[in-house]
Design a protein around this ligand. Structure first.
Ligand SMILES: [Zn+2]
Length: 344
């Protein structure tokens, strides 16, 4: 693996590309960095800022030269982080005008001045329009990094002035290694509760940021409970011999809040989708199940047709509950859904 952007997990191709552009002086004036929350977009943006001024061309960014230390330590006025103003949910035109005035001022510490627009998708259309000229022809020392979930949330005119790079979900093994080398709670959890550690990695959905936040037991607990519910629910569906009382019991494990029930059902749908993929191709990449052998065992108890039907019913139920349907009735129908499927 490349030594470039060694502080970023995964994303090998992207890291090589960015380093090559920086070394050859072809780095564009602006990049849109899209990706999920927690997928390392901010770390990547700051690392690009450091790499542009880093004095170790073999290890961009090296993390130890004066430029890297200042930039990673947030101790230079040349890297400007733009966020929505306090109390505002969007980045308005005033902020864009301020950037326009500021961008013509020479950098102080380094050769580059980097604007990191966090949550660029929160820029109002007026703000985006006000930045167009600047994005097209900024002074040679200025670089703009626009962070967003999806570039499609930005105006077409902005997108046409800046190429898009995407931070990719990271493989489970890479996340596990990263956690263990960066936070000692990870090694402890893995040693004491290997099953829960595997669940945490699975729940992180390829995002290092999310995985790190789940090392906090208070943040992890509700997520783990929701996953336990999804597993139990699928387990009940997989066992047609379960009693009436057991089936009703599981309904009481659901949240009492409508939005949360929708999330719980979405997770059950994820679990079923994994089983469908496993049935179709044994090589499927699983989103929900951290224990592949367990997933295979559960999948073996259904036919593909049953899984497809149940998936559809869970998905429909989530939609119903989102639209104010009777919660208890919908969940009861669902927990008996397979018995109904078998009788058909
Ligand atoms: Zn450096």
């Amino acid at each position: 693996m490349s030594e470039f952007f060694g502080n970023i997990a995964g994303n090998a191709t992207l890291r090589v590309r960015l380093a090559a552009e920086i070394k050859s002086g072809t780095f564009p004036h602006a990049y849109i960095i899209e990706g999920q929350e927690g997928s390392g977009r901010r770390t990547l943006a700051r690392s690009i800022a450091a790499a542009l001024s880093c004095s170790n061309p073999d290890r961009l960014p090296c993390g130890v030269c004066p430029a890297c230390r200042k930039i990673f330590g947030n101790k230079t006025p040349d890297v400007i982080s733009v966020i929505p103003e306090q109390g505002r949910s969007s980045i308005g035109v005033e902020v864009a005008r301020q950037i326009r005035r500021d961008v013509i001022v020479l950098p102080i510490d380094f050769a580059y001045k980097v604007y990191i627009i966090e949550e660029a998708d929160k820029m109002t259309p007026e703000a985006q329009n006000a930045l167009l000229l600047t994005l097209e022809e900024p002074p040679g020392f200025a670089v703009f990094l626009l962070i967003c979930r999806s570039a499609s949330d930005l105006l077409l005119t902005v997108r046409s002035r800046a190429p898009t790079v995407r931070t990719e979900p990271i493989a489970s093994e890479v996340i596990a290694d990263y956690l263990i080398s960066h936070d000692n709670r990870a090694a402890k959890l893995k040693a004491e509760y290997p099953g829960e550690f595997a669940e945490l990695i699975s729940a992180a959905g390829g995002c290092i940021g999310q995985a790190l936040s789940l090392l906090d037991p208070d943040k992890r607990r509700p997520i783990m409970e929701r996953r336990r519910l999804a597993r139990s629910f699928v387990g009940i569906l997989a066992a047609p011999d379960r009693s009436f009382a057991e089936r009703l019991d599981i309904i009481s494990m659901f949240s009492s809040r409508r939005e949360e029930i929708t999330e719980e059902l979405r997770l059950i749908a994820d679990a079923l989708r994994d089983l469908i993929l496993l049935k179709k191709t044994g090589q499927a990449q699983l989103v929900f199940w951290s224990d592949r052998a367990a997933a295979l065992e559960v999948a073996g108890r259904f036919s593909l047709e049953e899984l497809l039907l149940l998936f559809e019913q869970v998905d429909t139920a989530a939609g119903f509950i989102g639209r104010n349907a009777n919660i208890r009735l919908t969940l009861t129908n669902l927990v008996f859904a397979r018995t109904a499927v078998i009788r058909q």
